[in-house]
Design a protein around this ligand. Sequence first.
Ligand code: BLA
Length: 737
Amino acid sequence: MAEGSKELYPKDLSLTNCDKEPIHIIGKIQDHGYLLVYDATSLKITYCSENVSTILNTPIEKILGASIHSFIEEVLVLDFNNLEKNTKLAPIILSFNTSDFLLIAHKNDDSVLLEFEKYTQPSDPFNYQIQLSQIVTKLNDIREEQHMCDVAADLIKQFYAYDRVMIYRFDENWDGIVVSEARSKELESWLGLRYPASDIPVQARELFLKQGVRIISDIHSEPVSILALEGEERENPVDLTLSELRSSSPIHIEYLKNMKVGATLTAAIVSKGKLWGLIACHHYKPKFINYYERQSCNFLTQVFSNQLILSASNTLLQKVNASAVLRNTLIEQITRNWDIRAGLTGDDLTLLDLTEATGAALCLDDVVYRLGEAPEEAEVFEIIKHIRTQTSENSYVNNAFSLDLKSTPEVVKKASGVLCMFISKLQNDCLIWFKPEKIATVTWGGNPEKAAHEEHNFKISPRKSFEKWSVEQRGKSEPWQDYEIAAAAALRQNISEIILKQYEEVKALNEKLRNAYEDLETFSYSVAHDLRAPLRGIDGFTQILKEDYYNQLDDFGKSSIETIVDSAKNMNQLIDNILEFSRVTQYQINREPLNIKELTEGVLNFLNVKQNYPKTQISIQSDMPISYGDYNMIAQLLQNLLTNALKYTEHSEQPYIELGSVKLEEKQFYFIKDNGIGFDQKHEHRIFKLFNRLVGDEYAGSGIGLTIVERIIKKHQGVIKVKSAVNQGTTFYFNLG
Ligand code: BLA
């Protein structure tokens, strides 16, 4: 025989691990009952409470290891074995030693737990029915939450007669507040008092979700140890999660003793799988209520929980509906001009109207638009930056924001509450709402800072004093309600969709534009092409006029003929250039190694430079690096650049053109430099634009040459730059990618 699961229950509880105290394997039960545990396969009794020998009239040595059949009828054992895991069988009345007991059986994993409580006559079934229907009728009629809590507290006080019944509600940090109370007249009120989360640690709260209702029948009674068959206890401490009899944590017992409480009843109020609060009952003397009463309390708590959920859902639904109408209007405002900023901040209805916030801001492309009582722009940025460090999610909700951030008094005042919805994961684009600080006096049931302390022997103790303790609460706002968070999230979703739609539209427009552009190029090619024939006609007949009828014309007639001939020549050149431009655009490049020096010399020959520009001095660097490019296109490029250089240096005193290579910012470039008329550097982008000419008519040209040059460079994925100054000459730099 060994002492129960004691060894696995830590002896050295401290403040750092008291929320890990494994209360479900505490290894003790309360002394108002008895426990037998047997293995479902071998039917061998593996655990029993130390006190069970008194009712079985058998020494412990003969109980542990014995077959369960030695004590319980075979048909019952069959029923127990057929139990589903974690369910309880309807209680059975059994007699041992001429006394009656209520047996409550349940199964976990491989073990069956049999718990015996002294049998007390249950209330008349008819009264029981009346009690249940009273619960349903009374609670069903109420819509308002506070009223519902008050009625539930009253009903429990009336049915189970505890001295004090409290409805205890958890807040978002698991601190609790007594929101309703029914008490004996002589007791002082604890209504509105708060208790810190550490009073009911996390594992105790989790256990309540599974357990529902629990009593501690006598705080001052000695718990009874659970003994284990040799070898069992180490691997498999008996799990008392669903036990009716489990003894309480010694820390909690001490807490209740400090409160002068004699017995408790506690029931879990669960809303959507989460612990909303507890019904906490105190009695100042020992008090036991039987299994049936506990079940009816469980029923009452469930009806109450359901009503609470229903009422909360109704309120939420109403508010969500109202905010959906507002949201629709905001979306309409945005889509009127496809302008998010104007739609959310510039109309009668704004972002601010969607929640109960007093300030709001919209951050788009790093510009902040503020509404109502929002912090200054720089502070809004600071807030967003801080939120980014706190979460990678796309939403952030906090009603004690300024406690988080070392805020300025202005931010504390205006933005103790922050609700932020990011529109984009990567940028600061977001919708953000602010609630002001709400200074409030909060009264705790005892100083929460002293909720627990470690004594000199490392024993941990709950606080001794429950004297009311009032503090001024600062840095917090009213909490954000579910409907506000839902409305903000829905607006964020709508806006993301609008942005996506805008993006899709821009993409479609771009596609259209590209197609239109291509059509235009084909069109200009065919127009230019078709203009050639009539132009040839004009040119041909003007030549005839000039040759055969020139002498018959007066001076005006003669000069008109010259103008027609010149214009036809210019127009022919223009058509050539347009055709060239179209060809470049549609042409696929074919790269090969190019010797730029040779290519340049070829072009200069072709342009007959020596004869046409005898004054111009041209120098070509001899060791220029080889480049890979399209032979015809680069020849065209050099021809255009050289033609320009020759043209614009024509009137210089000593026209000079230099061609060479140079490294700029680690990249190899070729350059063509001249000492011609130059231009103001501010026009550097304009000169590459189609038909954009900076010079007057004294210089011939169509304004297409440099556009073709730029196209050729683009086709090669290269770079072209220009440096120029008026009367200082021009240098073009380019490479071929
Ligand atoms: C359990 N603490 C509880 C329970 C309540 C409270 C209701 C569950 C009750 C039960 O099983 O009977 C707290 N009771 C309250 C409060 C009021 C009240 C706030 O009546 C207000 C009117 N407790 C401490 C500290 C620790 C602690 C410092 O004060 C640990 C460091 C632990 N409380 C603790 C544990 C349990 C508990 C471990 C679970 C007890 C158990 O089920 O074994």
